[in-house]
Design a protein around this ligand. Structure first.
Ligand SMILES: [Mg+2]
Length: 256
């Protein structure tokens, strides 16, 4: 029997490392500083606006551009991610071993920019665990060519357009892919597109998620079918064949 999955897709922030590292908190602070320093909002307005833009547009950058603010994505990411305390993210050798034990294709799918994704993966010691990184730049290739801020809407999870671009770019068969994310809306969008979904970092059941995974230490218990019929089965077959061959060679008289 083969595993039902031939591809595993992982969100990065708050999925491959926990939200309690302090990175998410620092991102929020930097976004609010951006709204104050670069856009001229007051401190009290910045905090509520960040939440509002996230809810309505999926991110502060998406919201600002939709509202007509000509914010360059690279400048924004440089400000928000450029001075994060990345040393708070520690190498995770347990997760690294786990990922290396999974023979299927593994892909990162994050709303963050490529710089941030690579820095986090390097800090985690996971930079060689993934075949591909789908990130902000992948979903928004035309943004640098926009002649006005709202010409191309910023595409991010959980928008269907963003999800479809990601699955297309990575050449994923949604019926055989397993999608890990800590965000319920993202998980819900994945479900609509036919992915098998895993809500990470939570407990309890929700209808959008096929599985709920409190943390990756439990992965083999929660989703053992990832490993079904994969390399171990293959090795067993090879060793059985070899031992059968050896027994044939030793019991068959030479020249018979
Ligand atoms: Mg996340």
């Amino acid at each position: 029997m083969d595993s039902p999955f031939n591809c595993l897709i992982f969100d990065l922030d708050d999925t491959l490392y926990p939200s309690k590292t302090g990175i998410a908190q620092a991102v929020k602070k930097n976004i609010e500083d951006f709204l104050i320093e670069k856009c001229g909002f007051s401190e009290t307005k910045a905090s509520s606006l960040r939440v509002e833009l996230f809810k309505t547009y999926g991110s502060t950058l998406a919201g600002l551009r939709a509202l007509g603010y000509d914010i360059d994505a690279d400048d924004y990411h440089g400000f928000v991610h450029g001075r994060l305390p990345y040393d708070l993210i520690k190498p995770d050798s347990q997760l690294r071993n786990l990922l290396h034990s999974i023979p299927q294709r593994k892909i990162i799918f994050t709303n963050s920019d490529m710089n941030h994704a690579i820095k986090c993966l390097k800090r985690l010691g996971l930079e060689d665990c993934f075949e591909q990184i789908i990130c902000f730049e992948t979903m928004n290739p035309n943004l640098p060519n926009a002649t006005r801020p709202d010409e191309f809407p910023v595409l991010l999870k959980p928008s269907m357009d963003a999800m479809k671009i990601a699955l297309d770019v990575a050449n994923v068969d949604s019926r055989r892919a397993l999608f890990f994310d800590d965000n319920i809306r993202n998980v819900g969008a994945g479900k609509v597109l036919g992915l098998r979904t895993v809500l990470v970092g939570k407990t309890g059941k929700i209808k959008e998620a096929d599985y709920v995974l409190e943390n990756f230490n439990n992965l083999a218990q929660v989703i053992p079918e990832i490993w079904v019929g994969q390399s171990n089965g293959g090795n067993e077959r090879i060793s059985r064949t070899r031992s059968e061959l050896e027994s044939i060679l030793t019991t068959t008289p030479v020249g018979a």
